[in-house]
Design a protein around this ligand. Sequence first.
Ligand SMILES: Nc1ncnc2c1ncn2[C@@H]1O[C@H](COP(=O)(O)OP(=O)(O)OP(=O)(O)O)[C@@H](O)[C@H]1O
Length: 268
Amino acid sequence: MSDICLEFQNLTLGYQGHAAVHHLTGTVECGSLTAIVGANGSGKSTLMKGIAGILKPISGGCASKFKRLAYLPQQSELDRSFPARVVDLVALGFLQDRGLLGRVTEDDKAKLAACLEAVGLSGFEKRSLDSLSGGQMQRALFARTMLQDADLILLDEPFTAVDERTIRDLVLLVRQWAAEGRTVLCVLHDHVLVRAHFPQTLLIARKLVGWGPTPEILTPDKLLRARNFQEAWDETAGWCAESPVALHHTHGRGGGHDGETQRTVARV
Ligand SMILES: Nc1ncnc2c1ncn2[C@@H]1O[C@H](COP(=O)(O)OP(=O)(O)OP(=O)(O)O)[C@@H](O)[C@H]1O
């Protein structure tokens, strides 16, 4: 697994015994930039939670090789009524290094200020979270992600309800992260954005429909297959047996991650 950051091994994920992602097998290369695409309810967020270790597999597994993980969930899963300031939210990026009671050093403060500046939020440090617009909140979350200095970054619909200029700024950051050798997986609905900026695409409709270079995946026939599969899906179906045909996919591009230790995502 030299250049492989993530390996799905017949991975099935779900809730209360009902599978939401079925028998996913394949690998993600270190330093690759992958869009996760599919209709509503197709299992994209479930897959992200499985990779992040929030959701344990029903069967199969997800092996991984990374030092630090950053996971940005959907905005709808965040509670903005909590009385916190922008600086408090972004400083959570230090949690992995400092712990809950760790002291923030002068160097940390400079890093935090640099991240806020990079997302265009200098001067917003003391603003309360509930006073931010959707786009400003997303910029603050990107600043936190940047501060985490992760080599595996999971973004779940990061551009929802964000204006075009903010999308442009944040996409540049995402591309910069990949150019730095970080592995990025990003859930997206906007196919134009995917085609323009994401070299790899994983198309899902509860099970894998296609995975590989974006121009080969976002084709009319595959998108139709994804839609048909989704529409035919039985929401109440339980766990299903493994398909007799074993799939294996390898995707992405290599990047330098020498000396990393291998571990399972569930332990992150
Ligand atoms: N906590 C949960 N408990 C039970 N079922 C869930 C839970 N979260 C998601 N599901 C179900 O799992 C399936 C996949 O949901 P998931 O959120 O992964 O889809 P998605 O592709 O991210 O959708 P969207 O594009 O709408 O965000 C859906 O049928 C959903 O209802």
